[in-house]
Design a protein around this ligand. Structure first.
Ligand SMILES: [Zn+2]
Length: 306
């Protein structure tokens, strides 16, 4: 069926579909942390300021935002650029997922776009609220088990799944895939929990957020034990670069402000502000980045997994 369609066309359709899913993810990001709203109720989106229901023509991904120049049609209040950004990002990720697999691999492409969509929601909710919704993390854990049983090929590249399968041709059976899935969850959740627990013991203060632990456990269910360790390495690497940059920015801000007010800049105060700024960095978005990279490009990054 896919022999007659050029591969770029398949990628194009997944990308377009992702654009519309991105609109739905915006709704999920907005509503999941609020307790009195569910994703399906109320059915129509409203302007957060004037509560006017949006017409379908104001809901076209990216285009409506551009056409209305980022303002509500009724009350002219500003609508965050994040809405079209989430839509564009989702479309891009769906396109990358489609391009990462042969066009005929519908089931695996479907799993990848589903996981990436969950990671987008986790990322932006974590940026706003410093927490990851259980719908994504615990939902992801259940989904990983169910999809692994339905589509064992999901763990074709998982070393543990291949060992546990015990098939003569090195293929993956249902039992082996499940072992790879559960192993990934235990390693992902366990390692992060252990790091948080040790960090709490050594440095005091609050331990690693449990939302991060659940998110990495869910990720491990999809990419296996080796994959989830690489995802954590990528996350820690990128987060430390961003964290140091963030601390440097706050250091310079505090230092410069003191200078402009004619006071002598205080080194101690600037360092204190920078340290506090460094502590309040959500880790979920970086875990999501790591899981996403491993999910799409395991054949390229697997060299990192000894
Ligand atoms: Zn409005």
């Amino acid at each position: 069926m896919f022999d007659d369609i050029p591969p770029w066309m398949v990628v194009f359709w997944w990308t377009t579909f992702g654009l519309f899913v991105g609109s739905f993810l915006n709704v999920a990001i907005y509503r999941l942390p609020l307790e009195d709203k569910t994703v399906s109720r109320p059915a129509r989106s409203r302007c957060p300021e004037c509560k006017t229901e949006l017409a379908w023509s104001d809901n076209i991904p990216i285009l409506s935002w551009l056409f209305l120049r980022g303002r509500c049609r009724t009350c002219r209040c500003r609508i965050s650029i994040r809405y079209p950004l989430v839509e564009g990002l989702t479309a891009l990720l769906w396109g990358l997922a489609a391009a990462s697999l042969p066009p005929s691999d519908l089931a695996l492409t479907g799993v990848r776009v589903l996981v990436l969509s969950g990671l987008v929601v986790a990322t932006f909710v974590d940026f706003d609220y410093f927490e990851i919704p259980d719908e994504v993390s615990i939902g992801g854990i259940w989904l990983a088990v169910i999809l692994t049983l339905l589509i064992p090929e999901l763990h074709e590249a998982t070393w543990l799944a291949r060992v546990a399968s015990g098939t003569a041709d090195g293929g993956i059976d249902r039992f082996g895939a499940l072992v790879g899935c559960l192993g990934g969850m235990v390693v992902g959740g366990g390692v992060l929990w252990l790091i948080g627990w040790l960090g709490g013991k050594v440095f005091g203060g609050e331990a690693m957020g449990f939302g991060d632990v659940k998110l990495l456990a869910a990720g491990g269910g999809f990419v296996g034990p080796g994959g989830v360790l690489v995802a954590l390495m990528v996350a820690a690497f990128v987060a430390s670069i961003v964290g140091v940059g963030n601390m440097a920015r706050f250091f310079c801000l505090t230092w410069g402000r003191a200078g402009r007010r004619g006071r002598r800049p205080e080194l101690g105060r600037s360092i204190r502000v920078a340290r506090i700024a460094g502590r309040y960095l959500p880790f979920g978005p970086y875990l999501a980045l790591g899981i996403g990279i491993v999910l799409l490009y395991w054949n390229h990054v697997s060299v990192l997994a000894f």
